[in-house]
Design a protein around this ligand. Structure first.
Ligand code: GLN
Length: 329
């Protein structure tokens, strides 16, 4: 490592060294990881490692004399040292892409997963189908306080769900809650970054609890609000599964964002029993679910006797990933 720091490495040599060093420490996907960290150390995009003649590391026309500046080399070595301790690249870089948007991530928030994009996609579809119903039938009231579609995102974390929805749905009002004030600070920063801070109201507290506080609503009416849709990707890892997680997840991501109690279903029990009080008649509950949890969660929804039209939606790998239910009228 120190010997490397003193060497006048070309960009390609630095890449090959990192790939090897990461592999020796059993880091998965070393090629992609080394490229990702190198690109960030150089301040360029990963694609430029293939395309830009100055930073190119592969293919025809690799410039074998392009060297890393001392400061870029230092940054890169620091990144690689952190990565061999299995810190996720996203925390090292401070960013993760989700729904085509770059989200800031810190160890205070769960790193957004690509699977969660399915939850966003299904939520947008539900909103657009519900809006059509409304335009065809004036008897269905969208919200209790104004005509905007109102969404509650529980356990918002980095804000990835709330912010993606705010970007896609023109006329909406979103409430995004999280128990962690530190996570909310990250979510607020992400909302600012993507220009949707005025559409999202951030609330700190345990699931629905902050909705009981009158100051949650500018109009001072506390609970006098009902939502057209409640969405959440709650913590859902069971006690047994926690032990088997990869070190990147187990040692670095916030436990509070992962652990869902003994069987992983604690948050579902609460969300399913408490959400009917906050959902308008005909409103939707849409939740991400963990591997093997679909039938149990479906059963919890059925037992609550407050929902109908329960749907389980599979992700691209054929795994049950999202559950959707309609609040009875
Ligand atoms: N809503 C955030 C996400 O989907 C955080 C979820 C969580 O903390 N469990 O990434």
């Amino acid at each position: 490592m120190f010997a490397i720091a003193e060497q006048n490495l070309t960009i390609r040599e630095a890449f090959l060294w990192a790939e090897d060093y990461l592999a020796q420490h059993d880091v998965p996907d070393v090629k992609i990881e080394a490229e990702y960290l190198l690109a960030h150390a150089l301040g360029c995009k990963r694609a430029e490692l293939y395309l830009n003649p100055h930073t190119k590391i592969f293919g025809v026309g690799v410039n074998h004399t392009s060297r890393l500046s001392d400061s870029n080399l230092q940054i890169f070595l620091d990144f690689v040292e952190r990565r061999i301790k299995r810190e996720p690249s996203q925390y090292i870089i401070g960013e993760q892409e989700f729904w085509g948007l770059a989200f800031r991530v810190t160890p205070d928030v769960l790193i957004p997963r690509p699977e969660t994009e399915l939850l966003v996609e299904k939520t947008i579809k539900t909103v657009s189908s519900k809006s059509e119903v409304v335009s065809g039938n004036n008897n269905i009231q969208l919200t209790t306080h104004d005509s905007r579609f109102t969404i509650l995102d529980l356990c918002t974390g980095s804000g990835c769900i709330a912010i993606s929805l705010a970007k896609e749905i023109a006329d909406c009002r979103i409430y995004a809650a999280d128990i962690s004030e530190k996570a909310l600070a990250v979510a607020r920063e992400n909302a600012e970054r993507h220009g949707v801070a005025d559409k999202i109201h951030f609330l700190c507290g345990n699931l629905f609890e902050p909705l009981l506080a009158p100051e949650s609503f500018n109009r001072g009416k506390g609970m006098d609000v009902s939502f057209d849709l409640v969405v959440s990707n709650p913590p859902y890892i069971s006690k047994k599964m926690m032990a088997g997680l990869e070190p990147e997840v187990k040692d670095y991501e916030p436990r509070a964002a992962l652990y869902g109690g003994e069987d992983g279903l604690d948050f579902y029990r609460r969300i399913i029993s408490e959400s009917p009080a906050y959902l308008s008649a005909g409103g939707y509950l849409i939740l991400e679910i963990g591997y093997g949890q679909a039938e149990k969660i479906k059963r919890l929804i059925e037992l609550s006797d407050t929902f109908e039209d329960i749907n389980i939606i599979k992700d691209f790998s054929g795994i049950d990933r999202v559950i959707k239910a309609k609040r009875k009228g």
